[in-house]
Design a protein around this ligand. Sequence first.
Ligand code: HEC
Length: 349
Amino acid sequence: MKLNTLLKYSLVLSIASIGFTSCTSSGDNAGIEYAPNMYRSQAYEPFTQDHLSEYNPYGMTMRLPVRGTIARGQGGYLYPHANTGDGYEASASYASWVPSTEKNVREGERLYTINCQQCHGKSGGNDGAIFKSKKMPGPSWPNYQSEYIQTIPQGKIYHTITYGKGLMGSHAAMLTPEERWKVISYVKELSVGKENFKYAEEVSSVNINNGDANLHNSGDNTGSAVGEFTPEMQTKVKSFATRILFQGLPKRKELKNSSFAVLDELAEMLKANPNARLKIIGNTGATLTEAGAETLGMDRASTVKAYLISKGVNAAKLNAQSAGNDKMDGNIVDAEARSENRNVELILY
Ligand code: HEC
């Protein structure tokens, strides 16, 4: 074989081997990647490490919540009493936020059957399989029907379920705070008997699933119902706005006569929908100085507001603002356009 051919072959071989080795990955080297975005997320992944910085000394992508903050709906997890004798005594006044409605008690029964009856027995007779087997001594009180369980404050039971007591372990991992209260209602029902137990009334408007209820009761449960308007209403109000017009100089803060009938109609509509709030934004019909436009717009909005109030609309539902020169950016010279702009914009919210 000629030396030349040998060189040629070895060159081809070495190029091929460079080619192969450069594609393989090893150790820290990922090798050549086509479309690396498919392997490595461009977005931060919660459980990966970010680079360290002064503000992120542990390089955590998923950050810890600010100290003392509570996620929505998790307020019930904030149990204020410590796992101590004093904490147990103090728990006596810890009150339930889950009403013992018949439905909740039945759910409590279901949870009791899963988590408690193996020790305390089907009807709270302390005759569950575990106590029966004598592998574990039962409580000092004979059964749930004893005076001890009849009179024990619910908060203390909550404390015991949360932390455990004596040989009874903590059930915090098995029962959410809300479920604990349901089980407690059932324990109380067992202790006095169904016929003597006073069920709370079903109240559909109270959000019993909200563990925050004991922290703040201000919750506006009417939620999104407020401020929802049909597109028709919004359109109608917009068409009102095109017909509520002001005069030009010298009485430019005064409404044109034709406007009053429209305002009367608007007032009736607002009174019929007490949830409706109305934003009134006053426009100018000419480019004025910044301050001048601000004032004129505000004057016009206030005029409309005052008139609506005089017709019986709740003042708290009306919000007057000024558009300033916003609408007049192009410095409209056309007289008709200017006169159309001597109006207010109306927005329901
Ligand atoms: C492994 C057995 C076991 C299970 C399961 C168990 N308990 Fe107990 N429970 C005990 C023992 C033992 C005591 C007595 C503790 C003591 O006073 O030292 C006790 C005590 C109690 C008390 C009295 C509390 C107090 O403050 O004195 C109540 C009420 C109670 N349990 C309810 C429950 C409920 C509800 C469940 C289910 C969520 C449950 N137990 C699950 C064993 C158990």
